[in-house]
Each structure stands twice: as structure tokens, then as C-alpha cells.
Design a protein around this ligand. Structure first.
Ligand code: DAH
Length: 343
């Protein structure tokens, strides 16, 4: 028996001398110490059947043999096995990690928010599903008023929650629906902008989407004037499009403002010379605005004539198209990476 142990010792040493890589070393380990068929493991399995005398005589030497085998294999592993297996190979190419970035509409939204924030405006959000009361009626657009047709509305087949004024539930067509909601909850003076999505039942084409990004804003106080509005909007446009951009206010009609106006900016594509984007006029209409109608204040519960204010609303997509020179509004929602990666 002892002779057999000696032979195994010699054999291990010989095998280990011939080992040249980690794989071969693993084979040696399995040959002697493998859980199922290892030579030494098997001797331990036999041990159970030995009589007491034999156990006493050979038990200890067998244990020693096992320890020795483990030490020898471990030491050889230290020489090269470990270093070969776990060393980091700095020449191996990594897998590129794709990092995301902000959508162009979000970029311009953040930029505009920053400008308004700098002027002291609050930034708020509002509900996308609302009643026709806030979306129309409270804005001086009663039922059957032709101005409801100015905006093709998605009406929802839902019941209005109890105690909510109005008749129908709809997807907001603009964020002007937040005017009276906000006015009811806040006491002037205040200045706020509200970005978000609006929905219109429009046929899609290069400049119309059924869902698009919009920003509403209004300022209310005791002595807010049309001149404050003109200055504010001109300032914001210059911050976004550069100091060279020109702005002008044209008379317009929205039932919730009096007087109402539209702001046009000098076309950035042709620098005002005239091109297809500005229909050869040199100007592009970019937002609606005006002095808040006293009727709207009345819906908010303010006393007639106590406050004045101006309001404005514009499509963020339209601004982003101007700023980045994009000719088709549908690109914003298509999620084509070739488009998005340019921002
Ligand atoms: N809500 C209007 C629209 O969607 C834009 C607008 C015009 C908003 C005049 C205003 C405003 O606040 O005063 O076309």
C-alpha cells in the first residue's frame, strides 16, 4: 500500500513537470483529485471497506498523500495557471456602449424654459385630458362658437367626473386650457410657462402632426401692458435664435385675448430675403398672443378690471424646425436614429 502511495507521488511530480498550460494542469488535478474518478479520491472511497487495523496503518499516510497532491497542483497553478486565467488582456477590443441623448424637441424645450426661468417665470405642467370647459368655454369659446372649429378636436367617449364643469371630455388642443385652472389656484402677480403635448385631429403632412409639443405662457398683474408682452417675446426670440433675428406683431384674433396678435420672426433660412419656407415674405409666423380677455378673468373669479395680463402659445416643433433647419415635422416622432443622432 505504502509503495502504491509512493508511486502515485512520483507520478504526480512527473505529470506536473510535463504540464505546459492551465488546461493540462486541470487534467492532472482531475486525474488525481477529481471528485468521481480521481486516483486519490478512489482510495478514499475504498477506505470505507478497510478493517480497523488497515485504517490505522494507512489512513494517515493516505491523508498526507492527498494534502501533498493538492499542494503540488496548487503551486504549479500559481506559477502560470492563475496568471493565464485571470490576467486582463488590455489589447482586447471592448464592446462599444451606446449612450442616449436628448431629443431635439426636448433640447429646445429646455433651452426656452431656461430663458423664461431667467426672466422669473414659473414652469408648470397640466392635464392632457381635460373638459371642454377649460379647453374652450373658459377661454370665451362657448359651445357652437365657430372658433371651436379652429382646432380639430379629439373628443373622448368618457363621462366627465362629477363636480367638473363642462359637457365633454377631450384631449387638450392647446395648453391655454391651463389659463383658468392656474388663475383659480394662484393670486396675481405671477408669470408662468407650461410646456407639453397637445392633440389635434389633423391630416398629417410635412407641417402638421396630430400630436405635437407646445408651450403656453401668461403673465398677470395689476399693470401688465402690451409693451411688456412685445418686449418679453422679442427678448425670448432673440435669446433662442440669436440677436440678429427681427420680430413683429401682427393683429390677429383669438377669442381669449383682446387685442390679439401673432408674432412673426424674420426667416432664418433666407435671412429675410424670401424663400419657400417663408413663402417669399421673409417672415414666419411663430406664435399667437394677446392681452388676456376680461371674460377669462371672470371665469377665474377675478373682479372685472382688477388685473391685466398677456398670454402666448406656440408649437415647440415649429421652433425646433426653424432653429435646426428641419423641413418635415413628422421626423420628430418617427424615431429614425439616422435623424436623431444628429443632435
Ligand atoms: N392657443 C392658441 C393656439 O393653439 C395659441 C395662442 C394664441 C395662445 C393666443 C395664447 C394666446 O395664449 O393668447 O393656436
Amino acid at each position: 500500500m505504502l509503495e502504491q502511495f509512493e508511486n502515485i507521488k512520483k507520478e504526480i511530480s512527473k505529470d506536473l513537470k510535463n504540464v505546459s498550460d492551465a488546461e493540462a494542469l486541470l487534467k492532472v488535478r482531475v486525474k488525481y483529485l477529481g471528485r468521481k474518478d480521481g486516483l486519490i479520491t478512489k482510495l478514499f472511497d475504498d477506505l470505507k471497506n478497510w478493517d480497523l487495523a488497515k485504517k490505522k496503518e494507512f489512513g494517515a499516510p493516505l491523508n498526507e498523500l492527498k494534502k501533498l497532491a493538492e499542494t503540488l497542483v496548487d503551486e504549479t497553478e500559481k506559477q502560470f495557471g492563475v496568471t493565464q486565467n485571470t490576467a486582463v488582456d488590455f489589447s482586447v477590443q471592448g464592446t462599444p456602449v451606446l449612450s442616449g441623448h436628448l431629443h431635439p424637441i426636448t433640447l429646445i424645450q429646455k433651452e426656452i424654459e431656461k430663458v423664461f426661468w431667467g426672466l422669473g417665470f414659473d414652469i408648470q405642467l397640466g392635464p392632457e385630458i381635460d373638459s371642454d370647459f377649460y379647453n374652450f368655454e373658459a377661454l370665451n369659446i362657448p359651445e357652437f362658437h365657430p372658433a371651436r372649429d379652429m382646432q380639430d378636436t379629439f373628443y373622448l367617449d368618457l363621462a366627465l367626473p362629477k363636480n367638473q364643469p363642462g359637457k365633454h371630455v377631450l384631449l387638450r388642443t392647446h395648453i391655454s386650457n391651463m389659463q383658468v385652472r392656474y388663475m383659480k389656484e394662484h393670486k396675481p402677480p405671477y408669470a408662468v410657462v407650461l410646456p407639453g403635448r397637445v392633440f389635434r385631429n389633423e391630416a398629417l403632412d410635412a407641417s402638421h402632426e396630430h400630436t405635437y409639443q407646445y408651450m403656453e405662457g401668461f403673465v398677470v398683474g395689476k399693470d401688465i401692458t402690451y409693451a411688456n408682452m412685445a418686449w418679453t417675446l422679442d427678448y425670448v426670440m432673440k435669446e433662442i435664435f440669436g440677436q440678429d433675428v427681427k420680430t413683429k406683431l401682427l393683429p390677429s384674433y383669438f377669442p381669449f385675448v383682446e387685442p390679439g396678435a401673432e408674432m412673426a420672426i424674420s426667416c432664418l433660412i433666407c435671412k429675410g430675403k424670401g424663400c419657400s419656407v417663408c413663402k417669399q415674405t421673409g417672415w414666419v409666423e411663430i406664435l399667437g398672443c394677446g392681452m388676456i380677455h376680461q371674460k377669462v378673468f371672470e371665469y377665474a373669479g377675478y373682479k372685472q378690471g382688477e388685473y391685466q395680463g398677456f398670454a402666448f402659445g406656440f408649437g415647440l416643433s415649429r421652433l425646433a424646425m426653424m432653429k435646426y433647419g428641419i423641413s418635415d415635422i413628422r421626423l420628430f416622432a418617427e424615431n429614425d436614429l439616422r435623424f436623431l443622432k444628429q443632435f
